[in-house]
Unconditional design. Structure first.
Length: 207
């Protein structure tokens, strides 16, 4: 997989499951990550990592930055078609988008099909999502579509708060982060501290 991804500009590899490039002037890097599933298979996710968007620790006590190669993650991301169809329980038109781990023959066959099918599509997606404006449009589209996107992490509301803060639109950023955290805090008040950390970071980004 590495040569195919090198050809579309992802010239860095963590030695395991993640391929990526450097951040551009907008703080965006492109990422492809292989996800291993239960049941002897896996598939690929692809999307953007943003230098200015942190994620939260499991206990909500700190923010985790993603500014280094080692901390590269997927913030805004898509699943390959076959994984998305399987996840949503729809008609599986692209079964070989899930890579078989059953044996070496099946692994090479299914991986080869993905390598032949997807690099150009990924390259087009990365070319299109090289800026903040298109990233915002795609995040909003994911909200409208729902389905598998409802299970993406980080949440789209969370992403929009940071994307708008980066653009300097602090009012819109606050609206999105309130919409994200208020229902969570209604269920568990412990998330108030995490929300305060996030709002403080949003304020700093927008300055």
């Amino acid at each position: 997989m590495t040569p195919a991804l090198n050809n579309i500009g992802l010239n860095k590899w963590d030695g395991k499951y993640t391929w990526y490039n450097d951040f551009n002037e907008s703080g965006i890097k492109h990422v492809v990550r292989y996800q291993v599933f239960k049941g002897f298979n896996g598939s690929f996710a692809y999307g953007n990592c943003f230098s200015f968007i942190p994620t939260t620790s499991n206990n909500g006590k700190k923010l985790i930055n993603h500014k280094t190669d080692k901390s590269t993650t997927l913030h805004l991301w898509e699943r390959l078609d076959g994984w998305k169809e399987s996840f949503e329980g729809t008609q599986r038109e692209n079964p070989y988008d899930k890579i078989s781990h059953w044996n070496e023959k099946d692994f090479r066959k299914t991986l080869d099909l993905v390598i032949k099918k997807y690099p150009k599509r990924l390259e087009n997606w990365f070319d299109e999502h090289n800026n903040i404006e298109q990233s915002i449009l795609t995040v909003k589209k994911q909200i409208d579509l729902g389905g598998s996107y409802d299970f993406n992490s980080p949440s789209q509301q969370y992403l929009l708060a940071f994307l708008y803060a980066y653009k300097g639109d602090i009012d819109t950023a606050y609206n999105y982060i309130q919409n994200y955290y208020n229902p969570i805090i209604d269920r568990n008040a412990d998330y108030k501290y995490e929300k305060e950390l996030v709002i403080d970071r949003i304020r700093k980004i927008s300055c």
